[in-house]
Ligand binder design. Structure first.
Ligand SMILES: [Zn+2]
Length: 196
């Protein structure tokens, strides 16, 4: 029997959204894990299986809401698919002159209840912005979900960890103190192979 976590990991690996190895990040630091989040939406059939697992989790929390809301652009496909499977409405937020906003066309959002669905939690920045924007509209937000919490619960939103399908602490090491370098694992630069 494979565990739920193994099943989730296998799906992320199946669409190459999660790479395991020894990577040089744009910051110059080294890491064992690398997320290529655009790959999540590149293979809709795999994404559907991932979203099914997220939807199971959301249903299990027995929240009341009318909308699934996601920030543009990467999470739109994820939130839309989740909304479809949950039988709810969908809306997305987008930056307008740096500020998070909703198109006025999403007329049913005001004064309702919405959950937020995002792809990957790294700093919580965009989730907090979406949350603030919804609150200003009088929308209640009973739940916040991400596919991957790469802070493993250390970033809190309103004092609580967000719901996640996969919780994974991604350590970034200075090259001098990188255990993967010490172990002699070849260093790769993600994305470099695409730019031939
Ligand atoms: Zn290294």
């Amino acid at each position: 029997m494979t565990s739920h976590r193994d099943k989730v990991l296998a799906l992320f690996k199946e669409c190459d959204a999660l790479l395991q190895g020894h990577f040089k990040l744009t910051s110059g630091k080294h890491s064992e894990w690398y997320f290529e989040k655009i790959r999540l939406i590149e293979k809709p059939a795999v994404l559907e299986k991932i979203v099914d697992l997220l939807v199971d989790k959301i249903k299990g929390d027995l929240l009341e809401f009318d909308y699934v809301v996601s920030p543009a652009y990467g999470a739109i496909a994820i939130g839309f698919l989740a909304a479809l499977k949950l039988g709810k409405n969908f809306a997305f937020s987008q930056r307008v002159e740096e500020k998070m906003a909703f198109r006025s066309g999403f007329s049913g959002l005001e004064k309702g209840r919405a959950i937020i669905v995002e792809d990957i939690l790294t700093t919580g920045g965009s989730i907090n912005e979406v949350l603030e924007t919804l609150k200003q509209k009088g929308v209640e937000v009973p739940g916040i979900y991400v596919l991957v919490d790469r802070t493993a619960g250390s970033v809190l939103v309103e004092g609580k960890p967000v719901g996640s399908l996969l919780s994974l602490k991604v350590e970034a090491y200075e090259p001098d103190s990188c255990p993967l370098c010490k172990a002699g694992i070849p260093l790769t630069k993600p994305g470099a192979s695409d730019k031939k």
